[in-house]
Design a protein around this ligand. Structure first.
Ligand code: OAD
Length: 237
């Protein structure tokens, strides 16, 4: 049997049932914090201590979170298919659930890198440091002597892995989108790179902002929706 190439684009909603809040739902993170202050490159240079503290809190919260069955079901699809996860999430729950091929569009919470450095479009991975769930504060320096900063794509910065994501989506047989409001570009426009006959399934309990002949909305939470999707994928040839 030829394996299907499944691209899975995920957002904060896939981790909601693991206890990590989303950004734009009522009571979400952007109700409590101003993204221009804590998640933009200008905000970072205005007040590094505040931004480092925000990500220290996120890292601490993540240390207690476990993957849910949606993360596990996505990982389990690798048994019969070629699966690439493209996530906007900075958590590590896809990897913890067993996914082996994860593209982190917006960076990774458990990693930091020097503020000053030369980065190509995949980042200079050797300069990226895994701090797991430790705090990083003002004055914590990289081996090159510059301040350590979160390995996060801030608003106002380029998204280095977008080209890789475009290639994966352009080449996939099925595109699955889980738990994203599709409101932050360029990630929000990625689905347009799917071939016109590629079926697109979107799992989200709310109405979704995209429509089209080949777009199917599974109106459910990530864990419920994945159960449904696993049945659908068996019927697709
Ligand atoms: P949002 O908070 O914008 O959207 C979360 C989506 O998940 C919404 O469509 C919800 O309806 C849906 N949702 C909520 N609970 C769910 C559940 N249990 N199961 C499935 N879906 C659920 O989060 P993102 O779209 O991921 O970027 O946000 C994109 C980017 O904006 C983030 O990566 C982050 C943020 O600013 C940066 O910080 C650079």
């Amino acid at each position: 049997m030829v394996k299907k190439k499944i691209a899975v684009l995920t957002g904060a909603g896939v981790s909601a049932e693991s206890g990590l809040g989303t950004f734009r739902d009522n009571g979400g993170l952007w109700d409590k914090y101003d993204p221009q202050e804590v998640a933009s490159i200008d905000g970072y240079y205005r007040n590094r201590a505040l931004v480092l503290e925000f990500y220290n809190l996120r890292r601490k919260e993540l240390s207690g979170a476990r993957p849910n069955s949606a993360h596990r079901d996505i990982a389990a699809m690798e048994e019969k298919n070629i699966v690439t996860v493209i996530t906007q999430n900075v958590d590590n729950l896809h990897e913890k659930a067993g996914s082996t091929n994860v593209i982190h569009l917006h960076g990774e919470l458990t990693k930091v890198r020097p503020e000053v450095g030369v980065y190509d479009d995949t980042f200079s991975e050797k300069e990226v440091i895994d701090v797991r769930y430790d705090e990083v504060n003002l004055g914590d320096k990289a081996p090159n002597g510059s301040q350590l900063r979160p390995h996060i794509v801030f608003f106002g910065e380029a998204v280095p892995k977008i080209d890789k994501a475009i290639d994966v989506i352009g080449d996939c047989d099925v595109l699955l989108i889980v738990g994203t409001s599709l409101s932050v570009y360029p990630a929000a426009g990625l689905y347009r790179y799917a071939k016109s006959d590629t079926p697109i399934y979107v799992i989200d309990p709310k109405d979704i902002p995209i429509r089209g002949g080949n777009i199917h909305h599974i109106k459910a939470t990530a864990t419920e929706g994945m159960q449904e999707f696993l049945k659908i994928i068996e019927t697709l040839n």
